[in-house]
Design a binder for this molecule. Structure first.
Ligand SMILES: Cc1ncc(COP(=O)(O)O)c(C=O)c1O
Length: 380
């Protein structure tokens, strides 16, 4: 059975050219980048090349990038790094949105347990954070605002520039979890006006277990992992050289193909939506704003059925009933709950995310399988 993969928001395959960039570093150039000999220097050079490549994609200086193990670690470093620089007694307030990924929501809860204050601002039914809500939540002791760039489940893109303008009026840094947007849409840090930005390698055709945090020059962070002085003292531990090289190559690929891939992804996503909507009509609900969203993500609620049962009928289709983190549980996705989606619609929701390898034939086959399974469940 040929698998039909429409779960690119959960993870992407490693691009062939990324693999090519990694292999020499797993084999002949295996040195420790901290070693002062030929093999060490080759590894250090590979890390610095990758830093430069990612810096081009983000529009920053290479020394504003710290490599990490992925989106989760980058988010942890951003939130804890900023807040932990001063004890909670000095007044430490953090603002996040109601549909952040657990890798932002959980560190925020941890900081709250340590005595910091956290405000969670709501999102609209369209899956957007309102800048006015951020303005209302800001306090004299607010130290950081963290709002995701693109939502992982519904794909909506947040108005970061407007939010940044409000934060900067109050001299508050803005962090964004861009794990889902880097490589899919433009993520130039000066255009977004963000001060910290998280990257996840395995959402952009690089391997799992590698990522980065962009830190605008002048933003001070407390390291959360202590040890030797790797990564400008902000992330101790011998670098994951091959994966970092893979991330660098993936950044170059993304930078080259961004506009073209955007158009192609959006066309595939819309083809899928049109085929489903043509059969099911109005009862098929599309989650999230129509304009401000990722080109590759379609989150839809099938009427009268459960998304889990629907996907269980189509073993050849890899898709998700929410974020991957929730797909094994029975609970309603917190993202959809935050958007005020009814329990019934949330239960019927399937997230379909396309990627570089998706073809029109894949889309037609997926639509036909989904419609067949939906009919089957309805007439049971
Ligand atoms: C929005 C978002 N943030 C963070 C992460 C975590 O990234 P990683 O798996 O690299 O730790 C994910 C992955 O699902 C995500 O979708």
């Amino acid at each position: 059975m040929r698998q039909l993969y429409l779960d690119y928001n959960a993870t992407t395959p490693i691009a062939p050219s990324v693999q090519e960039a990694m292999l020499p570093l797993l084999a002949e150039h295996f040195g420790n980048p901290s070693s002062n000999h030929v093999l060490g220097r080759a590894a250090a050079e590979a890390v610095e090349d990758a830093r430069g490549q990612l810096a081009i994609l983000l529009g920053c200086d290479p020394d504003e990038i710290v490599f990490t193990s992925g989106g989760t670690e980058s988010n942890n470093l951003a939130l804890k790094g900023v807040l932990l620089r001063e004890a909670p007694a000095a007044g430490g307030h953090l603002i996040i949105s109601a549909f952040e990924h657990p890798s932002v929501a959980a560190p925020a809860q941890f900081l709250e347990r340590l005595g910091y204050d956290v405000t969670i601002v709501g999102v609209t039914g369209q899956g957007l954070v309102q800048p006015a809500a951020i303005r209302a939540a800001i306090r004299p002791d607010t130290r950081l605002v963290s709002i995701m760039h693109a939502n992982n489940e519904v794909g909506t893109i947040q108005p970061l520039r407007q939010i940044a303008a409000i934060c900067h009026e109050h001299q508050i840094p803005l962090h964004t979890d861009a794990s889902q947007s880097v490589g899919k849409v433009r993520t130039l840090v000066d255009e977004l006006e963000v001060d910290l930005l998280s990257v996840a390698g395995h959402k952009m055709y690089a391997p799992k277990g590698v990522g980065a945090l962009y830190i605008r020059r002048g933003v001070e962070l407390e390291p959360t992992q202590h040890g030797a002085g790797h990564e400008a003292g902000l992330r101790a531990g011998t670098e994951n050289v091959a994966s970092i090289a893979g991330l660098g190559r993936a950044a170059t690929l993304a930078a080259k193909s961004l506009d073209q891939a955007h158009e192609r992804m959006a066309a595939l996503r819309d083809r899928l939506w049109q085929q489903l909507a043509a059969e099911i009509g109005n009862p098929l609900v599309l989650h999230g704003a129509l304009v401000q969203r990722l080109p590759n993500t379609l989150s839809v609620a099938f009427p009268g059925v459960s998304g889990q049962e629907l996907l269980a009928r189509i073993p050849e289709l890899c898709a998700s009933t929410g974020s991957a983190c929730h797909s094994t549980g029975r609970s309603i996705s917190p993202t959809l709950a935050a958007m005020g989606v009814s329990d019934e619609a949330a239960r019927g929701t399937v997230r379909l995310s396309v990627g570089w390898q998706t073809t029109e034939e894949d889309i037609d086959r997926a639509a036909s399988l989904l419609l067949g399974a939906w009919e089957g469940l309805r007439t049971q």
